[in-house]
Design a protein around this ligand. Structure first.
Ligand code: OAD
Length: 252
């Protein structure tokens, strides 16, 4: 990691009045949560998304899809936020205008202390009815149940409240994320490949509105071209260094 790059990035953070953190699976990788596109360990390298993460897959085999997500819920119960999550959370407390938008369906940002996290791709801990959309009684979500519980409103099947391929993003989450991108003066993209749209469009929306873009990633990504500064390395190491001493404009 070049010291010049890091100090330029720190200067951008220090000058920022309104900051957007866009996180992806790499943000949680150091907590032990697998990413999606890593060639060896990524979820989509080991499983076929079309068998598990589409409405058609759920219609075909609801038990298979539900039990796969139940396993992901159990896996999530035993991991902890890493120093990257804590760095973002403590920066958010010090900085009055820091919005965290995540593509992750885990709750590690919240467990580290971030408030108001915008979940673009839903949340693994939640469920809603596949038929009527009711969030209904959540008691059927016991991590032991290997078949989707029935909706208390219409007796349809409950499904995990995550966005599947071919589905639109939750409207409220997208409009909050888009507004944050249009209003911010700095975006930090952490641990995302920038390949899944519309989330991957947020840095460009911000850049077109005049914001600067810092990327934190262990590898080159589709976002390299629009990033003003690319900080190569693990988010659990880079973010604490980038954000630690930044006091934010309210304290100046
Ligand atoms: P990907 O798996 O596509 O990308 C993860 C990124 O994290 C890659 O660019 C890695 O290089 C990087 N990375 C891995 N470990 C890292 C670390 N310790 N520090 C920093 N970077 C690291 O995951 P996403 O970009 O989040 O959608 O994928 C976007 C969406 O695709 C997901 O939300 C999911 C998936 O299909 C849905 O489930 C709807």
């Amino acid at each position: 990691m070049s010291e010049i790059l890091m100090s330029s990035a720190k200067a951008l953070v220090e000058q920022s009045r309104s900051l957007l953190v866009l996180s992806g699976a790499g943000m949680s990788a150091e907590s032990g949560v697998p990413t999606f596109r890593d060639a060896q360990t990524g979820l989509w390298a080991k499983f076929r998304a079309e068998d598990l993460a589409t409405p058609e897959a759920f219609e075909r085999d609801p038990g298979l899809v539900w039990s796969w997500y139940q396993q992901r819920r159990r896996d999530l119960n035993i991991v902890q936020p890493n120093p990257g999550h804590f760095a973002v959370a403590s920066f958010g407390i010090r900085h009055p205008h820091c919005t965290v938008v995540t593509q992750n369906v885990d709750d590690l940002h919240e467990r580290a202390g971030s408030n108001g996290v915008v979940h673009l791709h839903g949340e693994l801990s939640a469920s809603h009815c596949f038929s009527c959309g009711a969030t209904g009684d959540q008691s059927g979500q016991s991590t032991e149940s290997e078949y989707p519980p029935h909706c208390t409103e219409c007796s349809g099947l409950m499904r995990p409240s995550v966005v599947w391929f071919g589905e639109t993003l939750p409207a409220m989450a997208w409009s909050e994320a888009e507004a944050a991108a249009q209003d911010c003066d700095l975006v930090i993209c952490a641990g995302t490949s920038g390949m899944v749209y519309p989330a991957a469009h947020l840095p460009s929306i911000a850049a077109e509105a005049g914001a600067r873009v810092i990327q934190v990633n262990i590898d080159a990504t589709a976002l390299d071209a629009i990033a003003d500064i690319n900080l190569r390395g693990p988010s659990g190491v880079i973010l604490p260094e980038l954000l630690a001493e930044q006091v934010g404009p309210s304290a100046i």
